[in-house]
Design a binder for this molecule. Sequence first.
Ligand SMILES: [Mn+2]
Length: 397
Amino acid sequence: MFKFIATIAALAASVTAHGDHATDQEPLEGPHKSLWYNSLPGDGGTQADSVFSGISTFGRVTYSPCLATDDVKYDIAFIGAPFDTGTSYRPGARFGPSGIRQGSRKVRFSGGYNVPLDANPFNSWATVIDCGDIPVTSYDNAYAIHQIEEGHNSILMREPATNASAPGPSKKGKTLPRVITLGGDHTITLPLLRSMNRAYGPITVIHFDSHLDTWKPKVFGGAPTKQASINHGTYFWHASQEGLLRNDTNIHAGIRTTLSGLSDYENDGYCGFQIVEAREIDTIGTAGIIKKIRDRVGTTNPVYLSIDIDTLDPAFAPATGTPETGGWSTRELRTIMRGLEGINLVAADIVEVAPAYDTNAELTTMAAADTLYEVMTLMVKNGPLSEMVKKEEIEAK
Ligand SMILES: [Mn+2]
């Protein structure tokens, strides 16, 4: 008897639920019905779905496999370089590109307008896309480094979507798109600088890191073979030897590593760098650090920006290859990054994000993504690279 009553009650409930659906909601049909789109939280009205659904690209920008076709046009391209076989301590940065994309889902939440910089990098003159990753072998470092240089250069040396015919700052006087690379361990910056050199000649570098990365191969890693001499602690020494760096215009920021001795600093100077120590923030603050960087690099030189996530304290970015305590907070780094407004950033990378060591809250990948959000906003605010040439002409008068 009891079972019979329960069955009747369940039947009645299901009839009621079905009735509600039939009377209160219109049926959803077909892929183009408006109810499928722009109806979920966080969408900002710009995407076909919410920030937490769908496949990850950086900031949910359009994915276009640029290496497979020459047809796609862009002004800013994100590209991954999933390489981590140049690390000295923790490996895992091959998952950096996918991790940073996952951490970047929220940067476009509510539309992506950057309040302190007063600009929306997702809604501007610039066409921004994610090109996916450069195919990188994990079995042969020499070949992988070659793949990264060629992949980057293929994306870098194309006509941009905007002002393609206007003069720009490249060696050939052309306006090129800007490329932001998601690493990968820091070794990738050597092939990236080789690619930059092909486009711009020797370039000014702003390098955020807790480590110098200008070590001589005999000092860092011992260099048992020629290939082993190229790793994430020596790539800037190689870059300097190869003439990829513009003399005496380069600067490190966030340094706090131990050394083999003070000779490491001397060697660093020979490689053309000035040093801002992490601890200087206690005395000169973010404003003082920003001033040092601006004074060193100027505002018209084409600048390559390389950011090691270990610039941040491990409290803010634990998931990295060689963590060093005593670093900056995410807030401080983002403030310093915004202080680079007006500097002629032509390309950038972020490296050493190794998501396997991250917190469940994705602290490190989120910090990397938010830092790049500041960088892409700076690039958008500068306008196409043709505009930076005009600025140079005005300042020269
Ligand atoms: Mn580092």
